[in-house]
Design a protein around this ligand. Structure first.
Ligand code: B12
Length: 222
């Protein structure tokens, strides 16, 4: 089943990002029929893999509010129903613990910025949704990937932000957002988050210019 889900996601630039069977101790999401899900498959992207499909959809659907969320919902709701599952989304409230799920599904760990870091794709990856299923799915055992930040002595991500929004523990969200409204902050608005860009891991997968601007503009307006 995972192979056919992979094939259904591929034209959209999306990939399954692991999954797991819920355990008794989990806060297990309830499905629309009132029963509890048995397993979850996370769905996301690496680098700019979704950008072509998303921008084509956006051209055909101008003026849609929250376009990336709307696109994700259109694509993943259709795929979920094709496979007898139910899609949930990271931006929907109450927030589901996507990062905790991702740590379990892909063995990722957080970087000092709070974003999970992938050994190959670095900080240039995110989740567009998750597919919940009423049945157990057989997942391949997790490979131990190591944590790239352990080997990074200088941690350039922590010194690159012009307003020191990251201290390795917290993220000064208001300070970051306020800076984006200033003249010097236009460097971040145009090119993307300087802290994220300072990370040497997966640099090759850094988002394309349009995608950088799209995300940071959405954040600045949120
Ligand atoms: C609210 C939110 C924010 C808020 C507050 C973040 C914060 N300080 O916690 C704001 C708006 C500031 C924010 C910003 C960003 N976010 Co955000 N955010 C969320 C959201 C919707 C909910 C977080 C939450 O409360 N979850 C509920 C709890 C129960 O889940 P959890 O897994 O236990 O939560 C973990 C996080 O809270 C995390 N955490 C703690 N501190 C921080 C700080 C940061 C910066 C992040 C990203 C996470 C984080 O630790 C928790 C334990 O693992 C999640 C999606 C989701 N459903 O989780 C995305 C999410 C965490 N964000 C994400 C991203 C990518 C970003 C941005 C980079 C957006 C962008 N521009 O692309 C920015 C980061 C700023 C930057 N420098 O660019 C991704 C992270 C992917 C990854 N690789 O880990 C997520 C998972 C969304 C997604 N679609 O993939 N975000």
């Amino acid at each position: 089943m995972l192979d056919t889900i992979t094939a259904a996601l591929e034209p959209h630039g999306l990939v399954p990002r692991g999954g797991f069977v819920f355990g008794a101790a989990d806060d297990i999401p309830v499905l629309p029929d009132g029963t509890r899900a048995r397993s979850v498959v996370l769905v996301g992207h690496f680098g700019s893999s979704i950008w072509q499909a998303f921008t084509a959809w956006r051209r055909d659907n101008p003026g849609v509010a929250s376009p990336l969320d709307s696109w994700s919902k259109q694509v993943l709701n259709a795929i979920a129903s094709e496979f007898g599952g139910y899609a949930v989304f990271p931006s929907d409230r109450p927030y589901l613990p996507f990062q905790q799920w991702a740590m379990r599904a892909e063995g990722l760990r957080p970087s000092p910025l709070g974003l999970l870091i992938h050994p190959q794709y670095g900080l240039w990856q995110a989740f567009r949704g998750a597919l919940l299923f009423p049945q157990s799915i057989a997942f391949a055992p997790l490979r131990e990937n190591g944590h790239p930040c352990d080997a990074c002595a200088s941690k350039p991500c922590l010194s690159a932000c012009p307003v020191d929004a990251f201290d390795g523990e917290t993220y000064a969200v208001a300070r970051c957002r306020d800076y984006l409204a200033t003249e010097p902050g236009q460097t971040c608005m145009e090119g993307g988050c300087l802290a994220r860009l300072a990370c040497p891991v997966g640099r090759h997968y850094a988002y394309l210019g349009d995608q950088q601007r799209f995300h940071i503009t959405a954040f600045a307006r949120s």
